[in-house]
Design a protein around this ligand. Structure first.
Ligand SMILES: Cc1cc2nc3c(=O)[nH]c(=O)nc-3n(C[C@H](O)[C@H](O)[C@H](O)COP(=O)(O)OP(=O)(O)OC[C@H]3O[C@@H](n4cnc5c(N)ncnc54)[C@H](O)[C@@H]3O)c2cc1C
Length: 410
């Protein structure tokens, strides 16, 4: 059985590694000259910056991605963050730092767990947003800010744009899999290790190879074309989201098109800083609920010093984009950073914005439509087809796991 995969992003590579392990002949086509998509490293003056991700794996060494990597024998060392996260809290002129896990009092935690269980088990279809849910059950200004900071950092959305049911699944996964981690060598080490597994299993990965069309015959995917050349397959897997995939075979299924066209990508801005001294001083997330724009910051060199030149620190700030004025969004983000670190010396290495065809997330969390398409033997993976409650790459891994089940594979 031959499988063609369109795109060598994390989703395509995870699917490729699983299929190689199941005995498929795998051929991956990637239009860029390098693999990894938004999960690749960019070398810059000794810093390992990235094409997209903040070098963070949301559930660290215990999460769905780590589990899949172990299954396919992709050797990646994931260093769990410690502490999981710190919250920068402002009370008038005073700045306080609170441990994320300890911040919720026992009473709040019991209340959260009870409501969580109730909401998940008995009201899974409610359309209430996470913001309204927090307002309804807690009505606490700090928790509302924290909800926005958390959603902005991890999903590039405001709490009002995240369905409570999705957020409750995310919280459930946080209890199950725990906090984040950093892959040693950065996100490029993950996609690099997967590519090695695929090649060792006889699979082929072609870079600078853009797929133009998916060939359909009698409602079944039969292969793809690249610059007029046809490559046949028994199975086609697309890592480019449902909408782009549908365009590639001129999809006429109106019900499906209507469903996938309601999916909105999420937008964000990432600011990478280089510093001679630590700015936040730990490897966990630094939530900033009182900022104008920045939702959170991480300093990945505490987990893996090799991500910066010796003695330097790599710090990355992330913010959801809240208006159409990108310049103003970036200005506000930079002024937040100045306010947070008034006495520290740092340089701005790179500012990246993500939207349109290179979003933070192809399907904003809670709007994923699954792996299935109306065409037999054509499936979608990646962050346009995430599994339930999966933050970013954990959702990508859960989506690949779901697809393997659909294909009758383990
Ligand atoms: C700023 C930012 C920060 C993030 N931070 C994190 C983080 O810290 N942790 C985390 O878990 N997630 C994070 N994410 C999300 C994470 O990076 C993505 O969810 C993940 O990388 C998506 O992988 P993918 O395989 O779905 O898509 P992609 O990485 O986009 O891969 C798709 C690939 O398909 C290729 N392609 C497209 N069209 C064609 C074609 N016609 N033919 C052949 N190839 C094609 C593309 O070139 C690309 O390489 C972040 C994202 C951004 C943008």
């Amino acid at each position: 059985m031959k499988a063609i995969i369109i795109g060598a992003g994390l989703g395509g590579l995870l699917a490729g590694a699983k299929l190689c392990g199941a005995g498929y002949e795998v051929e991956i086509f990637e239009r860029l000259p390098f693999i990894g998509g938004r999960f690749a490293n960019i070398e810059y003056r000794g810093f390992k910056l990235s094409t997209g991700a903040l070098h963070m794996i949301p559930h660290g060494s215990r999460g769905p991605l780590a589990q899949l990597l172990r299954e396919v024998e992709a050797h990646v060392n994931i260093i769990d963050s410690d502490p999981m996260a710190i919250i920068r809290k402002e009370k008038g002129e005073n700045i306080e730092f609170h441990d994320f896990r300890k911040e919720l009092s026992l009473t709040k935690r019991i209340k959260l767990a009870t409501i969580l269980a109730y909401s998940l088990k008995f009201k899974p279809k409610s359309d209430i947003s996470f913001r309204d849910w927090v307002l309804k059950y807690f009505d606490d200004e700090f928790l509302l800010r924290l909800a926005d900071s958390f959603c902005g950092w991890s999903l590039s959305l405001r709490a009002k744009d995240v369905p409570a049911r999705e957020m409750l699944d995310i919280i459930d996964n946080m209890y199950k899999y725990k906090g984040s981690g950093v892959p040693q060598g950065g996100c490029g080490a993950v996609t690099g290790a997967l590519a090695e597994v695929i090649r060792a299993g006889g699979g082929k990965i072609h870079t600078s190879s853009c797929v133009d069309k998916i060939i359909i015959d009698c409602n079944r995917a039969k292969g793809v074309t690249l610059k007029g050349r046809t490559v046949d397959a028994d199975l086609v897997i697309s890592d480019i989201g449902h909408q782009e995939t549908a365009r590639m075979y001129n999809c006429m299924d109106n019900g499906y098109l209507e469903r996938i066209n309601t999916v909105n990508p999420s937008k964000g801005v990432k600011i990478c800083l280089g510093a001679d001294e630590p700015l936040i001083g730990h490897s966990g997330v630094y939530f900033t609920p009182y900022a104008e724009r920045i939702n959170g910051i991480n300093e990945v060199t505490h987990a893996d010093p090799s991500l910066a030149p010796p003695g330097k620190h790599l710090v990355m700030a992330h913010q959801a984009v809240l208006s159409d004025n990108l310049e103003e969004e970036i200005k506000l983000g930079l002024s937040d950073l100045k306010r947070f670190f008034p006495d520290k010396k740092y340089e701005i290495l790179l500012i990246q914005s993500y939207s349109g065809k290179w979003p933070v997330n192809r399907a904003s969390s809670g709007s994923d439509t699954g792996n299935t398409t109306p065409i037999d033997d054509l499936h979608v993976v990646g962050d346009g087809a995430k599994g339930k409650g999966g933050i970013e790459v954990e959702g990508v891994a859960l989506g690949v796991r779901n697809l393997m089940r659909e294909l009758g594979l383990r």
